[in-house]
Write a protein that binds this ligand. Sequence first.
Ligand SMILES: Cc1cc2nc3c(=O)[nH]c(=O)nc-3n(C[C@H](O)[C@H](O)[C@H](O)COP(=O)(O)O)c2cc1C
Length: 198
Amino acid sequence: MSAAPDPRPLVVGIGGTMRAASSSETGLRAALAAAEAAGARTLCLSAHDITIPFYEQHTTRTAQAARLVDALRAADGVIVASPGYHGSISGLVKNALDYAEDLAGDPRPYLDGLPVGCISVAYGNQAAVAVLDQLRTVAHALRGFPTPYGAAVVARRGIFHEGRCIDPDVLGQFAMVGTQVAGFAARTRDHATFEPVA
Ligand SMILES: Cc1cc2nc3c(=O)[nH]c(=O)nc-3n(C[C@H](O)[C@H](O)[C@H](O)COP(=O)(O)O)c2cc1C
């Protein structure tokens, strides 16, 4: 007898940096924890999981790249967390998102109709806000919808410590992203049609 499918929506988190105690990964994990508390199941693909070849359409996928594509295909919601690198999304995170191109021919292309929670962490306000905006633009390009709340966090002293977020206000921002993604994922999951508009 086969097991009944898990009724909980799947929220896939992508992001962080290779740095030990990455603050963007910390934010991602906090948002995923909130998504779980809101009833989702989650999968976190952090920097090591998305250290994969630069996206190219016609090459064979590595096992890690295939895992990323499979996760995006199965996702009911996505959370992306990027550091600000020279005023923009990191190359690592952008490359991972480029792998959504492998879903172009799927019945549900790209991230069509999925809620996408966006988190940016940078030293300065300018980069934090710019990167949040860029993540939302990519989410739109992939046919997802950025959740109403996105977190643009300035990594000042007293916010992160040894891989934990110690500022309750910032933790609340990460939680808001995760909660909104889980909520929209549950609502959109059973109503998706993916029929082309006539
Ligand atoms: C290569 C590099 C470029 C960066 N560029 C910027 C920048 O343009 N603006 C900014 O505010 N912070 C910048 N930073 C700081 C990072 O955004 C900040 O350290 C962030 O917390 C890194 O994320 P992490 O803690 O997950 O590693 C840069 C850091 C690195 C390593």
